[in-house]
Design a protein. Structure first.
Lengths: 380, 96, 363
């Protein structure tokens, strides 16, 4: 696969790993006193475990798995609202597969589907739009979730629906943005982070400047990274080089995809369709100011919140996290997934208790699935 | 977050809706190319784009990709040279 | 609804049969009348099913005999499986082909020579009779390839919406030759794991054929009978320990089952996994893991290391084993996980059983 296989070449990894090991020594990082590097994006978390990168990098480098899994941080009350919308007889509720298993306070969408709701998995909001065209007598609702990477796709779909004057298509908007939770984490006095691996695909939309505050205001290095294993290792190396040099900059390892100023068409579509909510709840992190998006009034016919009377402030907002759940501590780097007393016991991928076990991109689920949880013999 | 994969634009399928066919390793999917459209749609044919949820989100910059790979190659060569030097040093020490 | 055999056709000459068929089944779609026990049902069974399967017995039960049964130490193998596929026809096969291959393979991976199958059909009212004919033809063709006979069966018709066109249950009987005792708990540390060909083609084909994701490819299902392949390996390898067909849950599930039964660890190497570019592409697009995609003509078997080359050669002598390759080996079981994979990158990761169903993801 072009632009993917070249960045998975294990022979090229050898030199990177050797340089990472040298730099870790030079900085004086050890397993007792490691450098903490947060990969913000769940896709990076997944890649780290899929390729076993955590086992290949030295003990002095510790990955802290960030909040960048939109499914994991989805508040349970929002899942309940999805189930509520989906249960209406006229509704075809469409969603990415990721959201199907996320538990609400009572049921997941998968369970709601089994109970009779017309819930369909789609690959793209365009497929939901096509369902709306083909089923004019039904209300097609698309579950819009995801960070800035995914937000343009629903914005462009809403614009398309407006052009076609479709009256039976709406989006249940749960889009969230990356910079506010990073700021919240950096403001947390318990925070232990020395640097960041930045989310490549979010950045292809918004560019690299939204992270300037991380370097300028908080003095932390951040390197925007691609998703192949060599991308990740190179980015870790670049973060370590900044730490060694005492620099704090926004660097771009993923320049083949990420332009400095992002994608103008996508940015314009987001601005046209969405506005920022005063605050939005993140599962495990709580309410974060200006971190969520809602559909602007001019597109209200395509806003499922308006159509079905489910405003963000309308319901009981904050749902208590299950007892014993330590997702917040794991997400701020204070606790490793395996350090949570519920990990693998009261909380497993089959019966997730907390946010991070919900999606395969969640740190705990990735740990569990790919063996961070249980001893894996080291590679020979 | 945000699964994206490189695909090649191989045909224009619906100009009115800015739709084109993308090929990812022999798997074809109609995608919306609005985010990467700057001129005529036909100009996109043959180009590589990052595909996410049915949208071509960014064109892949071939020169930048090559520059990244070259940096990795240079690093590999430098590391080999370092290792060779270390080996040579060791050999000298053993001889001495 | 009374049960009925496929064998209850009238005693007529082929010419008479032919004439009666021309007269009989005029419907284009199955109706509830075809399940009512009367003439309509008899016409459907005679014309669509028994005229193709040609069972020897005309009674409600097949009466079976095979010389292999008389060998001292020979054992019967008996298995059953139900098949529901959406869509019922897909590139590389249909539900009928899978129903025969699946049961043939369940016998074959146990070391049995597959001999006889039963086939029971649950048919949804409104199903096109032409579709049934195609399914039955493909079952018969596959049975002939596998050297088995479909000797008995049943049909039921259910109301529209109570089934999805057609569901098939096939049971199979085979004979395990004396001395052959393939079982997962025979796998020992050091044994080599071999697959007969590419992984995930069936799962990827079905995903594309369903159309929900609007993806198109030229991949075909790998659906194939593996009886001849298993016979060839058994003959060439005295140390053949066990085999499993990697159907639902894919290779990962088959390996986990074997590792658990044998109380061994299994390590596979990502670099050795045979995968088509299209299957990789689909997995990248939808965020799926090919280790969990279903196969319908792919098995994994374990042999002692010294027999690995002989097993590979035996497999490669047949078209369904042309892509045979070693993917890993069994190791002494430690406190760690049962099945692991050495990644392309030299790292190691767990290959666990799947939790529920693998769903496409975007993030």
């Amino acid at each position: 696969m072009k632009y993917a296989d070249e960045f998975r070449d294990p022979t090229a990894a050898k030199a990177l790993l050797a340089r990472i090991a040298d730099l870790t020594d030079e900085i004086g990082a050890t397993s007792e006193k490691p450098v903490h590097i947060m990969e913000i994006c769940g896709g990076h978390t997944h890649a780290i475990f899929r390729y076993g990168l955590d086992k290949l990098t030295p003990d002095g480098v510790e990955f802290i798995h960030g909040p960048g899994c939109p499914v994991c941080v989805l508040p349970m009350a929002r899942v309940d609202e999805c189930v509520q919308i989906a249960a209406r007889p006229e509704v075809i509720f469409t969603t990415f597969g990721d959201a199907m298993r996320v538990p609400g306070t009572k049921t997941s969408l998968l369970q709601a589907k089994a109970a009779g709701a017309d819930i369909r998995m789609v690959y793209s909001p365009l497929d939901a739009l096509e369902l709306a065209r083909r089923n004019p007598e039904r209300e097609v609702v698309f579950f819009g979730l995801g960070f800035e990477t995914t937000t343009p796709s629903t914005a462009l779909s809403i614009q398309q629906a407006a052009r076609e004057e479709l009256t039976n298509f709406s989006v249940f908007c749960n889009h969230i943005t990356v910079p506010p939770p990073i700021k919240a984490l950096l403001d947390d006095p318990h925070m232990l982070l020395d640097g960041f691996v930045g989310p490549g695909h979010v950045s292809m939309v918004i560019g690299t400047h939204p992270y300037d505050f991380i370097a300028q205001d908080y003095g932390k290095p951040i390197v925007v990274a691609g998703f192949e294993p060599l991308d990740l290792l190179q980015s870790v190396l670049m973060v370590l080089q900044q730490i060694r040099d005492g620099r704090a900059e926004v660097e771009n390892q993923y320049a083949r995809v990420v332009p400095e100023h992002g994608n103008p068409v996508s940015i314009a579509a987001i601005a046209d369709v969405y506005e920022t909510r005063p605050s939005f709840e993140w599962r495990g992190l709580g309410e974060i100011d200006h971190s969520g998006l809602r559909i602007r009034a001019k597109y209200s016919p395509f806003d499922a919140e308006e159509k079905f009377g489910i405003g963000y402030a309308a319901g009981e907002r904050s749902v208590q996290e299950p007892e014993g759940c330590a997702c917040g501590a794991v997400m701020t780097g204070r606790l490793k997934p395996t350090g949570c007393p519920q990990f693998g016991k009261g909380c497993t991928p089959e019966m997730p208790l907390g946010a991070l076990m919900v999606s395969s991109e969640g740190a705990c689920a990735a740990y569990y699935q790919y063996g961070g949880a249980r001893a894996v013999e080291p590679a020979e | 977050m945000c699964l994206g994969i490189p695909g090649q634009i191989i045909a224009i399928t619906d100009p009115a809706r800015q739709m084109a066919m993308a090929d990812v390793s022999g798997v074809r999917r109609a995608v919306n190319v609005a985010p990467v459209l700057s001129g005529a749609m036909e100009d996109l044919i043959g180009k590589w784009a990052l595909i996410h949820v049915g949208f071509a989100m960014a064109l892949i910059d071939e020169d930048e990709a090559e520059a990244t790979l070259q940096a990795l190659r240079d690093l590999g060569e430098a590391q080999e040279a370092l290792e060779a030097m270390a080996q040579g040093q060791k050999a000298l020490e053993v001889e001495a | 609804m009374a049960a009925h055999g496929l064998s209850n056709r009238l005693n007529k000459t082929p010419a008479e049969e032919e004439e009666r068929h021309i007269m009989a089944l005029r419907d284009e779609h199955v109706t509830l009348a075809h399940g009512g026990g009367g003439k309509a049902m008899r016409d459907l069974i005679d014309e669509v099913f028994t005229s193709v399967f040609q069972p020897e017995s005309r009674e409600d039960q097949a009466r079976l005999m095979d010389d292999a049964l008389f060998e001292p130490g020979a054992r019967l193998a008996f298995t059953t499986d139900s098949f529901v596929v959406d869509p019922v026809e897909f590139p590389g096969g249909d539900i009928g082909k899978i129903a025969v291959c699946g049961t043939v393979n369940d016998l074959a991976v146990g070391g049995a020579t597959p001999l006889w199958l039963s086939a029971a059909f649950i048919i949804e009212e409104g199903t096109e009779i032409a579709l049934l004919r195609r399914i039955v033809a493909s079952m018969q063709a596959e049975a002939e390839r596998a050297g088995v006979k479909i000797v008995t069966g049943d049909t039921k018709v259910v109301g529209r919406g109570s089934a999805d066109r057609v569901f098939i249950t096939t049971s199979g009987v085979g004979v395990i030759p004396p001395g052959c005792d393939l079982r997962a708990d025979a796998v020992q540390p050091g044994d080599v794991a071999i697959v007969n060909g590419v992984l995930g083609d069936h799962g990827a084909t079905i995903l594309a054929a369903r159309g929900d994701m609007a993806l198109s490819t030229d991949i075909q299902s790998d659906c194939a009978g593996l009886g001849h392949l298993m016979a060839a390996v058994a003959k060439a390898c005295p140390t053949l320990r066990c085999a499993r067909d990697a159907t639902r849950g894919g290779l990962a599930s088959a390996l986990n089952e074997i590792a658990e039964d044998a109380q061994v660890a299994i390590e596979i190497e990502e670099a050795r996994l045979p995968l088509r570019a299209e299957v990789k592409g689909m997995c990248e697009l939808l965020g799926l893991d090919p280790l969990y995609l279903a196969n319908e003509g792919t098995l994994v078997l374990f042999v002692a290391e010294q027999d690995a080359e002989a097993a590979l050669a035996a497999m490669k002598s047949l078209p369904e084993g042309a892509g045979a390759t070693i993917i890993g080996n069994a190791r002494a079981s430690g406190p760690g996980p049962r099945v692991t994979m050495r990644t392309l990158f030299g790292g190691a990761r767990i290959v666990d059983m799947l939790v529920g169903e693998q769903l496409p993801r975007i993030c």
